[in-house]
Write a protein that binds this ligand. Structure first.
Ligand code: CU
Length: 355
């Protein structure tokens, strides 16, 4: 993590807080921790623009919840393409680490107090480092390579519909659709166990979109006391049809609960738990075929529990309407259909501007 950037962010946030003075009604924790989406609504006629930067680091592999090293993977883990021409019996290429940076842009608008509309798009930058073992058996390393992909991901359009709205409690439903604006045919050069360097369609985790129109559903609750607040939310993404490449990604669910404390009206700290699940892929892209775990539709399932700590800042005065937030998230439990890369940490920075 870049310490200079973090120090600069801390300095900006501190000056925003110090220059702000409290005025009635604004409280930092009226928005949930920044890693939670679609958790607040707006009043009739209000707009909000937001930008979030999220970075995710993955290092090392898990089989279930246990670490598995590359030498073990390439000698014991079966290759689902075994038996096809030139394919070895076991995996021979192992991902070592992955980094994903996501730039998320959001727009919210409330046509009434009962309904807030939300649009989100994101720009993704992914890179994955690998080790390739020589030939079809043994533990002789042939070399390393890195693949990269970048571009716009899928776009979502949702409506939040208020069910309960009082000072102390707010509940709303989330109904939306994810649109397939992200690419599913990203390519890059790889190193094969036969020491060739072809450019091929990249495995599933390196693609940018789903290729499908997916219903989004959710339910969100927030509760407020004088100096404290809390909330819970479930959001699901349902993959209902195959894409043009003959597969569909697994359904995703996020169940989260958080607790926030106000330090001043304009600064709050939070702690949050999240349960994230993603199913395996059904179907298979005939152009994604390699002796590597990421090319296997049955090695994509994730069950993970994360814990996050965060800070929210709400500005007033000259910067009224601006909010800044940060959240740092680490897993406390992971169970993967592996071998699969293990998540190490996520950092989310956010800026929001209400109009
Ligand atoms: Cu908003």
């Amino acid at each position: 993590m870049n310490k200079t950037i973090l120090a600069a962010i801390a300095a900006i946030l501190t000056s925003v807080c110090l220059s702000a003075h409290a005025d009635g009604g604004v409280r930092a924790d009226s928005h949930a921790p920044i890693g939670v989406m679609a958790e607040h609504m707006h009043k009739t006629g209000e707009w909000m623009l937001s930008y979030r930067f999220m970075t995710m680091d993955m290092q090392g592999n898990l089989q279930g919840s246990d670490s598995i090293d590359p030498d073990t993977i390439v000698t014991t883990e079966p290759n689902r393409f075994a038996g096809m021409p030139g394919m070895p019996p076991t995996l021979r290429v192992v991902p070592l680490d992955m980094r994903m940076d996501m730039h998320m842009f959001g727009l919210m608008y409330a046509p009434s107090d009962k309904v807030t509309l939300m649009f989100m798009s994101n720009y993704l930058q992914k890179s994955m480092k690998h080790v390739t073992y020589m030939g079809g058996t043994g533990t002789t390393v042939l070399g390393n390579f890195e693949t990269k992909s970048s571009g716009w991901g899928d776009t979502s359009a949702s409506a939040m519909i208020s069910l309960v709205s009082s000072e102390a409690a707010k509940v709303h439903a989330i109904v939306g659709v994810s649109l397939p604006t992200g690419s599913t045919d990203e390519e890059d050069e790889i190193l094969t166990p036969m020491n060739m360097r072809p450019t091929v369609r990249l495995p599933y985790p390196m693609q940018l979109g789903s290729g499908t129109y997916d219903p989004l559903l959710g339910l969100s609750y927030s509760g407020f006391a004088d100096r404290f607040s809390w909330g819970a939310q479930w959001r699901g993404t349902f993959r209902t049809s195959n894409n043009d490449d003959r597969y569909r990604l697994g359904d995703e669910h996020r169940l989260t609960g958080w607790f926030s404390a106000l330090f001043t009206d304009l600064v709050s700290g939070s702690i949050r738990l999240e349960r994230y699940t993603r199913d395996n892929i059904s179907g298979i892209d005939p152009l994604i075929m390699a002796p590597v775990q990421t090319a296997d539709p049955d090695r994509q399932k994730v069950e993970r529990t994360d814990i996050g700590v965060g800070l929210n800042f709400a500005a007033t005065g000259a910067m009224s309407g601006w909010r800044f937030a940060i959240e740092y998230i680490v897993p406390i439990q992971q169970d993967l259909d592996g071998p699969q890369l293990e998540t190490d940490s996520q950092l989310i920075l956010g800026v929001q501007r209400s109009l």
